[in-house]
Design a protein around this ligand. Structure first.
Ligand code: ATP
Ligand code: MG
Length: 292
C-alpha cells in the first residue's frame, strides 16, 4: 500500500523504537482499530478516517512540516532538535526522559558555570547550543550520532549531554549526571504553516477529544469505599473537590458507599485520614475512558 490521497487524516508514528508500542496503545485506546502493523509503511484504520505512517522518528517533524503526514507522534527532544516548522498540539505523557549533562568523576559540574570552556559530545547539538546561549556559556559542541557516552573515555570530549531515563548507561560508563537541560515526553505535532482542510480538521478535533479523554482517564482512578454515615461530612472534605462523590445506601443503615474519581496518585495522600474516619473496603480501580 502506498501513501494515498484519499482525504484521510495521516498520522506518522515511530516505526520501531521506544515510542512505537505506546503510540499504538494510545490509538487503540481511542477506539481505533488497526491491523497488524509490523511489516508495512502505511496502515489504514478500520473504523476511523485515519492512516498511520510508520517512519524513523528523526523524519517525523519534517514530514509533518511538509504535509506528507498531517500529524505525528514524536519525542519533544526530536521536535526541538530538528527545528521543523511544526507546533505541539498535545503532550502525551509517555516516553518521558531528560536531556542531561554528565561528566566523568574527575570533572565536577555543580552549576552551569562549570561547563564554561568544556567540550561536550551530544546527538542534540541544537538543543545544547540553545541552552548554552540562554545561559551565556561558551563551550564546544561535538556532534556524535550514537553511543555518546563513550566519548569522554575516548578523549573526544570532556563531558556529554545525552538522553537519560534510568541512568544505567551513564553508570556503566562511569559518568555522573549533573544538570538536566530539557525534560522531554512524546508529543502530538502538526504543521505550523500547512493548515488542514475542513474535513481533516474535523477528524483531528474528533481524534483529539478521544485522546484527551484517554489521557485524563489515565491520570485518574475510581475510588470506592464504605463509610460510617456519621463521618460522611468529614470524609467528603478529605476527597479532592473535582466532582461531588456518589453516595449510595447500604443494607447496614449506619454505613454508606462512597464513590469518587480522584487523581491517580491521590489515594496515598489521604488513605490514613480515610481509615481514621472509619472508611473500610477501600477499592481503587483504573478508568479506561473519561468523557467530560
Ligand atoms: P529511530 O530508529 O526511529 O530513529 P531512535 O533510536 O532514534 O529510533 P529511540 O531510542 O527509539 O529512537 O527513542 C525514541 C524517543 O524515545 C527518544 O527520542 C526520546 O524522546 C524517547 N526516550 C524515552 N526514554 C529514552 C531513553 N532512555 N533513551 C533514549 N530515548 C528515550
Ligand atoms: Mg532516531
Amino acid at each position: 500500500m502506498s501513501i494515498s490521497n484519499n482525504g484521510n487524516l495521516k498520522l506518522a508514528i515511530q516505526k520501531k523504537g521506544r515510542l512505537t508500542e505506546k503510540s499504538i496503545e494510545l490509538i487503540k485506546l481511542c477506539g481505533i482499530d488497526i491491523d497488524n502493523y509490523s511489516e508495512r509503511l502505511v496502515v489504514q484504520a478500520y473504523n476511523f478516517p485515519l492512516e498511520i505512517l510508520f517512519l524513523r522518528d528523526d523524519d517525523i517533524p519534517e514530514y509533518v512540516q511538509d504535509g506528507v503526514a498531517d500529524i505525528g507522534i514524536v519525542g519533544e527532544n526530536v521536535v526541538v532538535s530538528k527545528n521543523a516548522q511544526t507546533e505541539i498540539v498535545e503532550k502525551l505523557g509517555f516516553g518521558k526522559c531528560s536531556l542531561m549533562m554528565a561528566a566523568p568523576e574527575n570533572i565536577t559540574i555543580k552549576t552551569i558555570k562549570d561547563i564554561e570552556g568544556k567540550t561536550i559530545a551530544t546527538s542534540f547539538p541544537r538543543v545544547v547550543q540553545n541552552y548554552l546561549n540562554e545561559n551565556k556559556i561558551n563551550a564546544k559542541i561535538i556532534e556524535i550520532s550514537g553511543s555518546v557516552e563513550i566519548a569522554p573515555a575516548l578523549g573526544v570530549a570532556d563531558m556529554i549531554c545525552d538522553i537519560v531515563s534510568t541512568g544505567n548507561t551513564l553508570m556503566m560508563n562511569k559518568l555522573k549526571k549533573s544538570i538536566s537541560i530539557f525534560e522531554s515526553q512524546a508529543v502530538l505535532i502538526r504543521s505550523a504553516n500547512k493548515p488542514l482542510n475542513q474535513a481533516k480538521q474535523e477528524y483531528l478535533d474528533k481524534l483529539l477529544r478521544r485522546m484527551r479523554s484517554v489521557l485524563t482517564a489515565k491520570n485518574s482512578r475510581y475510588l470506592m469505599m464504605n463509610c460510617p454515615k456519621s463521618s460522611l461530612e468529614k470524609i467528603e472534605k478529605v476527597l479532592p473537590s473535582i466532582k461531588s462523590p456518589t453516595i449510595l445506601p447500604l443494607a447496614d443503615e449506619n454505613l454508606v458507599a462512597v464513590h469518587a474519581v480522584i487523581p491517580a496518585d491521590y489515594l496515598w495522600k489521604i488513605v490514613d485520614s480515610l481509615k481514621s474516619l472509619g472508611a473500610t473496603g477501600i477499592l481503587l480501580s483504573p478508568i479506561e475512558n473519561m468523557i467530560p
